[in-house]
Structure formats: C-alpha cells, structure tokens
Design a protein around this ligand. Structure first.
Ligand code: NAP
Length: 292
C-alpha cells in the first residue's frame, strides 16, 4: 500500500475529501488532494493535517485542458506512473427544477468532458494493473431514460463514442430549441445532471474496452450523501459514502472491469432499464423541504 500513488479529483470537500482521508488512513503512500481553487484545496489539506493525515496538494480544474495537462506533466516528471485515479469532481443543476442550456453545457463540460480530459492526459500515466473509478450516480443508471431509441443505442454491446456524443448533442439541442420532450425521461428534475452521469457510465464501458494494460475502470453511485451538492440533505454520511469508492480502488479483484456499482458494494447491471435504479427526486425534495 505504501508504494501506491492515488489521485482524487474535486477533493477539497464532500465525498472526494473523504475519499482522500480514507486512502490516507489505509496507508496509501502518496495521495493527491486536488482542487480547482488553490486556497480551498490548501485549506482542505490543512484540515486533514490537523487530523493527522498528510495528503499532497495540486491544483486541478478538470474541465480546463491546460490545468489537466500541467498536473499530468507534473505527475509524470515526479513519479513517472500512478496507481489510482478517482474521477470524482462534479456539479449539479443550479436550479434542480429548471433545465437551461448554459447550465446543461456547464454540467456536461465538468461531469463528462472533464473525464475525457483526464483520459487524454492522466490515463496514459496509469500503471499496469492500475485502477480508475468514475464517480457517477443513481442519476446515471440507464433506467433514468424512457426513450427506447437511446436506451437501445447506449446499451448495445458495440457502443461507440459517437453514440454518446450524439446522445449529448440530441439533449443539448433539444434544450436549446426548447423542444425537450419530458416523456423521454423518468423525471424532469435535475435532468442535465442525469444526462451527464448516464454519459459517464456509458463512457466507462468504452474506456474499459480501450485502455489495455490490465487497468480496471468502474463507475459507481455513492448513495444520497449529505454534501454541498445536495444542500446538506442525504441518507449517508461522508465516511459511509467513501466506502465503495475506496473498496473499488483498493480491495476488489483486479478482474472486475467496466462495471457499475451501487453504494452497498454490489454490482448492478447498468444496461437493464427494468432495474429501476433511477434517482427518485421526491426523496431529495422531502428532505429539502424538511419535516411537514
Ligand atoms: N452527494 C450525493 O448525494 C451524490 C450522489 C450521487 C453522486 N454524487 C457524485 O459524487 C461526486 C462528489 O459530489 P459531492 O456530493 O461530494 O459534491 P460537492 O460537495 O459539491 O463536491 C464537489 C467537488 O467537485 C469539485 N469540482 C466541481 N467542479 C470542478 C472542476 N471543474 N474542477 C475540479 N473540481 C471541481 C468541487 O470544487 P469546488 O469547491 O471548487 O466547487 C468540490 O470539491 C460528484 O461527482 C457527484 O456527482 C454525489
């Protein structure tokens, strides 16, 4: 464990911060807490230092090409290769009830395109037998969709990048042109977030097929967790939420590849729309509104 090098994106707070802490606790030799904002990142490191954990820090804005490239160059120069990358950084709809074009583009840019940049610059320095974890959501399960065409296209065995690109363009165009058909989705709340996370799960399957070097790439839903993203609502604490990502990073068999995991460490079939693993917004709404 002490020889391993791990990176967690968007880890100045929330689930990412807790994953960094758990990796330190488990004795991973070098753990990088990264943040888009240097001050927020350094403050988070200081907080962990006070608790007796000593992660390193590097600036990383996942949707900024130069920032991702700088970090990858730095890692290559200092370590040559790394073992674990947890793509955790993410954002949700500004307004949970509204789907606007600018907000949708921003969400997709960070949640999905951010992982593409990470693939371009950081994946090439991941070691043989390394591990990548893409933090998705229950919002990312295929059962969030009701549109049969997209369900079939995204779950087919020979899924291609163009299938995901077309899916995202179809969604963004319909938002832009105000032609969105809400019957295509299981619910209309936090819709762009759902689309971005569905794309992340689909991308995980493609990346796994392409990566080679016996690297594993899995995606997961960490549970409904009390963080800034959920405005403090949730059924899980941060340390409960870090459990499955850390399990996938350190404990599961290396042979488990390209799968989708639930917060209880069970593997779920991402391609089965009948599983009804979608996010039920009522759960969030009830907690947002507080006791009646
Ligand atoms: N909480 C839940 O119930 C839940 C459920 C399912 C999935 N998830 C997923 O879990 C992951 C972590 O979410 P969370 O609940 O911990 O949210 P959070 O508390 O809002 O933390 C999100 C983190 O991502 C960072 N981030 C956002 N955009 C970034 C960018 N462009 N570059 C680098 N870092 C960026 C944020 O940094 P700043 O402080 O600078 O904004 C923050 O550190 C996300 O992928 C989320 O979608 C969460």
């Amino acid at each position: 464990m002490e020889n391993k090098i791990a990176i967690v994106t968007g880890s100045n707070k929330g689930i990412g911060f807790e994953i960094v802490k758990e990796l330190c606790k488990r004795g991973v030799g070098v753990v990088y807490l990264t943040a888009r904002d240097i001050q927020r990142g350094q403050k988070a490191v200081q907080e962990l230092n006070r608790e007796g954990y000593f992660p390193k820090f590097h600036q990383l804005e996942v949707n900024n090409k130069q920032s991702v490239k700088n970090f990858a160059d730095y890692l290559k120069k200092n370590y040559n290769e790394i073992d674990i990358l947890i793509n955790n950084a993410g954002v949700i709809n500004e307004d949970f009830y509204k789907t606007s074009y600018e907000d949708s583009k921003y969400i997709i840019d960070i949640n999905y395109n951010g992982i593409l940049l990470s693939e371009e610059y950081i994946y090439p320095i991941i070691k043989d037998n390394g591990r990548i974890i893409n933090i998705s959501s229950d919002c990312g399960h295929i059962s969030n969709l009701k549109n049969k065409y997209w369900i079939e296209r995204l779950t087919k065995d020979n899924l291609q990048r163009d299938d995901i690109n077309d899916f995202l363009s179809w969604f963004l165009q319909s938002v832009k042109n105000n032609t969105i058909d809400y019957n295509d989705f299981v619910e209309d709340k936090i819709l762009s977030y759902r689309i971005s996370k569905i794309a992340v799960c689909a991308l995980t399957r493609i990346q796994q097929k392409e990566i080679g070097k016996n690297i594993s790439i899995n995606s997961l839903h960490p549970g409904f967790v009390k963080t800034n993203m959920t405005k403090g609502c949730g059924n899980f604490t941060l340390d409960e939420a870090a459990d499955t990502p850390v399990y996938l990073a350190l404990d599961i068999e290396q042979s488990v590849k390209g799968k989708y995991f639930w917060f209880d460490k069970t593997e779920q079939d991402w391609t089965d729309p009948n599983l009804k693993l979608y996010c039920v917004f009522d759960t969030i709404e009830n907690q947002l509104q507080g006791p009646k």
